[in-house]
Write a protein that binds this ligand. Structure first.
Ligand code: KIV
Ligand code: ZN
Length: 535
């Protein structure tokens, strides 16, 4: 067992030897994430994100770089003043003025932290800072000591650690822990590390820094080679107990390790990492949406965990597997990350099973022969369109169902209306067996009266008219009127449509059309249910 693991075990009520390590999640969306080219947030937006991060359960929120601008200072201060259950951290270089700003900005937080950093790699020492090794050690130690004048909780980062000579890195880490830093963060600043090598660097530090047990070892990986998450996980396997990351993987250049990916990797592969976090994973998708909306940086469709395609399946083979057992093609439940359900995207690779399932969801239960026909139509359409939407499927199902005979037919309609007259309608209709019946009703107007009479005649008195639309489809005084209605009954919705030069007649016909289609759907559902019920 490495030293960091033994430290965390002695600091609480000794868990069992194989208990998972609890990894601290340090979110830097508001600092490194905000440094993403194209992302800049105002102080209200930062506060919204900070609240969402607190709700998400992150342990530490790096709220900004207070020396960067007065706005940054104010935003960090405001966040520190409000957030209670996450520590709030401000970043500073190892410069007195930076540290004073960061310390002052976070001082009112329930758990304030100052994060100081100083570059340690040869290339940064030589070209950026123009300082010798001993000067870098001195600056780092003094930076930690100055930060301790403001807060007890100080984190130190040797910037570009992964390209720093390991012996020198170990020396800096040793000295800064001695100076009082309680978290040492090892950044892969330029995303240069490879997982095996980065894990080995963390192990090297555990083996060569005598006081390493006095600090939590953290990692901060950039994604220039697409390895940020892999490197973070390798470091956790090697004993790191804090991971720095951002929502949606935002951050300088190609970004930082994506919080949602690290967290879900630890959760889904507990067997591999034996580590856990305090993140409420069902909030991952909502916060991803919030951050993408506020920063204006879209999440790529195929992004792991929170991308639009992360739980979408298009291939017929996959959809068939999913419908039989979700575990065939999903290693996580979408609900675990806050996505309501997996999506079977209907396109040209989809199979009959998926089509039938989606049609049932839309309220259409087709008989086998109807389904064959609908599938045929669907394939033709899918060849033309990349994605077939629910509205397309409804149209296909309706055209297939339309072949079933209408239950009711309008035979005659007579209405009276006008100023000072009670609107009435007399309706005569015929059923499928040829029986004709007639009834009359009054209403708010002739159409309302006709609808009430139709309901009485069909026995569907609890129908509710939820939409009514009329439009002229030809010009002139003899224009055809098109009426579209939507009715609702017992939770089912159905549309109906009809044309006539007489808009009252078109209205009655549209209503009867919707009723016929509703009844046809119910019939189909009944016969499908009995098909399913057969042994
Ligand atoms: O990438 C980096 O090295 C940083 C440090 C400030 C931690 O962002
Ligand atoms: Zn960084």
């Amino acid at each position: 067992m490495n030293k960091s693991a033994s430290k965390s075990e002695t600091s609480s009520s000794a868990p069992a030897a194989d208990a998972p390590a609890v990894i601290r999640v340090f979110d830097t969306t508001l600092r490194d994430g905000e440094q993403s080219p194209g992302a800049s947030l105002n102080s209200y937006e930062k506060m919204d994100i900070a609240r969402a991060l607190e709700q998400l359960g992150v342990d530490i929120i790096e709220a900004g770089f207070p020396i960067a601008s007065p706005d940054d200072f104010e935003a960090v201060k405001a966040i520190a003043g409000e957030i209670k259950s996450s520590a709030v951290c401000g970043l500073a270089r190892c410069l007195a003025r930076d540290i004073e700003r960061a310390g002052t900005a976070v001082k009112d937080a329930a758990s304030p932290r100052v994060h100081v950093f100083c570059a340690t790699s040869e290339i940064h020492r030589k070209y950026k800072l123009q300082r010798a090794e001993n000067e870098i050690v001195k600056m780092s130690v003094e930076g930690v000591q100055q930060a301790l004048q403001y807060v007890k909780d100080v984190e130190f980062s040797p910037e570009d650690a992964s390209r720093t000579e390991p012996e020198f890195l170990a020396q800096v880490v040793h000295e800064t822990i001695k100076a009082g830093a309680r978290t040492i963060n090892i950044p892969d600043t330029v995303g240069y590390a490879a997982p095996g090598q980065f894990g080995a660097l963390i192990r090297y530090l555990f083996a060569h820094v005598p006081n390493i047990g006095d600090a939590v070892i953290s990692v901060h990986c950039h994604n220039d080679l697409g390895l940020a998450v892999a490197n973070s996980l390798a470091a956790i396997e090697a004993g790191a107990r804090q991971v720095e990351c951002t929502i949606n993987g935002l951050g300088e250049r190609a970004g930082n390790a994506a919080l949602e990916e690290v967290v879900m990797a630890l959760r889904t592969r507990r067997d591999a990492f034996n580590a856990t976090t305090r993140i409420r994973t069902e909030r991952l998708f909502p916060i991803s949406r919030l951050v993408s909306t506020l920063t204006g940086i879209h999440v790529q469709r195929n992004k792991a965990i929170v991308g639009q395609n992360a739980f979408a399946h298009e291939s017929g083979i996959h959809q068939d597997g999913m419908l039989k057992h979700k575990g065939t093609y999903e290693i996580m439940s979408p609900a675990d990350v806050g996505i309501s359900k997996s999506e079977l995207v209907l396109g040209k690779h989809s199979g009959r099973h998926a089509l039938r399932d989606r049609l049932v969801e839309l309220g259409f239960v087709l008989e086998e022969a109807q389904l064959v026909k609908a599938f045929d139509e669907f394939k033709k359409l899918a060849d033309k369109k990349k994605q077939v939407y629910d509205e397309d499927l409804e149209a296909i199902a309706e055209s297939v169902l339309k072949e079933s005979p209408d239950v009711w037919e309008l035979v005659a309609l007579q209405t009276t209306g006008g100023t000072g007259v009670m609107p009435t309608a007399t309706v005569r209709i015929r059923d499928a067996a040829g029986n004709v019946s007639q009834d009359a009703a009054t209403g708010d107007g002739p159409i309302d009266a006709a609808y009430t009479a139709i309901q009485k005649l069909t026995g569907l008195e609890s129908i509710r008219l939820s939409e009514y639309e009329i439009r002229a489809i030809t010009g002139g005084r003899d224009a055809q009127g098109e009426v579209t209605v939507q009715i609702e009954e017992s939770g089912q919705k159905m549309r109906g449509r009809a044309f006539s030069t007489d808009i009252i007649e078109a209205s009655a016909r549209a209503y009867i059309n919707a009723i016929n289609r509703l009844l046809a759907r119910r019939e189909a559902q009944k016969s499908q249910a009995s098909l399913f019920a057969q042994p």
